[in-house]
Design a binder for this molecule. Sequence first.
Ligand code: ADP
Ligand code: MG
Length: 254
Amino acid sequence: MKPLLDITDVSLSYHSLSGETPALSHISFQLMPGEFLAIVGPSGCGKSTLLNLICGLLRPEQGQILLDGTPVTSGDCRIGYMLQKDHLLEWRTIWKNIQLGLEIQGNINSASTAYANSLLKNYGLYDFKDKRPCELSGGMRQRAALIRTLVLNPTLLLLDEPFSALDYQTRLKVADDIGMIIKQEEKTAILVTHDLSEAVSLANRVIVLSERPAQIAAVVPLEFEESLTPFERRAAPQFKDYFNIIWKELNHDE
Ligand code: ADP
Ligand code: MG
C-alpha cells in the first residue's frame, strides 16, 4: 500500500526583523490511509507549524510534502482542519454553519446535502440543525465543527489541540465522540496535542517531537484491542506503559 502522506526531510525557520527562529528540523514520516497519528511535543516546539505545512498554508524551506503523490497547495481541499476554537459563526444556524464550506466551494447539491443530513443524524445533532451555536454545549459545538469539516469529504483530517478549550470531563467525552466518528467515517487523521493521555487513547501511533526546532525524538506504535473506545483504552493494562514511554521521551533532557 502507498502512503497517503509522505513527508521527507522537512525543515522550516521563521524569518523576522529580529532574526531567525528555526521551528522544524529534518522531519520525515509517512502516514498510511486510515491511520490515526498523534503528534506530541513541548509547547512552542513547532507542532502547529508542522500542521500548517501539511495543509499548504506554509511552504517548507527544505524537503517535500506529498499527499497522495502530489504536493499540497495553499487551500488544498483534500485537507480538513479542526482547531481548538470551533469557529462556528454565531449568526448562522448549525445547518448553515455546516453548509458554509460547501457554499464557498459551490458544491451544494443533493449528494452533499444528503451526506450532511446523515452525519447530523448519525452523530446526534439532527434535532439541533436549526439552533444557533450558542444554544449548544461545548462538546456538541466541537462535533458540529467536525461535521462541517467532514461534509467536504477531506482525504486527510488535521486536528490541532481540538479539545484544549474544554473542561476535563467534557474533554474525555468529546475525545471519545470525535475518535468514534473519525473511525466510522474511515478518515485518516493527525492529532496534535500536548496531552499524552489523549494521544495514547486515540492514536495508532505517536510521534514525539523534541524542543524547538522540532525533530522527531521517538515514534511509538500503539496496540490496543480494535473494539476499545478511547475512554476504555485508558483502563487497558498497556495504557500506562505507553504513557511512561512517551513521558520519558519527552523529558529526556531533565
Ligand atoms: P506549538 O504549536 O508546538 O506550540 P508553533 O508551531 O506554534 O508551536 O510555534 C513554534 C515556534 O515558532 C514558536 O517558538 C513560535 O513562537 C514560533 N512562531 C510561530 N509562528 C511564527 C511566526 N509567524 N513568526 C515567527 N515565529 C513564529
Ligand atoms: Mg500549537
